[in-house]
Design a protein around this ligand. Structure first.
Ligand code: SF4
Ligand code: SF4
Length: 158
């Protein structure tokens, strides 16, 4: 079953990339799969609709659960990052408070590799951040605020 769910997630990612105008070959390169597999996905062949339903349900979980489950299924951080960045539709921005001591724990905790240290202060890229809150929960000085960006570009505390 886990293999089928992985296929379901790749199917959803293929559909999203297709909507962005990528060719089948570009989609295949992005997802590191064969072009013929992408063709099958886009034509709805060789896939169980149950797997797609389970994959869709995963994308609707809270960002942390979606991220952790995807990482468990793929067993590969780079592939996980790719699926999350394509299928996670919410946007987040981070605020780092002056109380940050630059310990770097958040860099190690972030599966999305969204955090870097700049001048001994954490910096979070909103492009990579998927809003999982793992860094916020793990920060020893409570210096991280992850904010979801609403459609009207206003922020909402996660
Ligand atoms: S874990 Fe907290 S204190 Fe440590 S670098 Fe990250 S934000 Fe700063
Ligand atoms: S919330 Fe924190 S740990 Fe999660 S992706 Fe964003 S920066 Fe990384």
């Amino acid at each position: 079953m886990p293999k089928h769910i992985v296929s379901g997630l790749k199917y959803l990612a293929s559909i999203e990339l297709k909507k962005k105008g990528l060719t089948q070959q570009k989609i295949a390169d992005e997802l590191e799969i064969d072009r013929s597999t992408v063709s099958h996905y886009l034509n709805g062949r060789n896939l169980s609709w149950n797997s797609i339903d389970v994959a869709k349900t995963m994308t609707q979980l809270c960002p942390k659960d979606f991220l952790i489950l995807t990482n468990v299924l793929f067993k590969n951080t780079k592939k996980t990052q790719k699926i999350i960045s394509i299928c996670q539709k919410k946007e987040f921005e981070a605020e780092i408070l002056d109380s940050c001591i630059g310990c770097g724990l958040c860099v190690d905790l972030c599966l999305m590799e969204a955090v870097s240290l700049e001048s001994l202060k954490a910096n979070i890229s909103s492009i990579e951040c998927c809003g999982c809150l793992i860094c916020q929960e793990g920060c020893p000085t409570s210096s991280i605020r992850i904010l979801e960006v609403n459609n009207d570009r206003e922020y909402q505390r996660s």
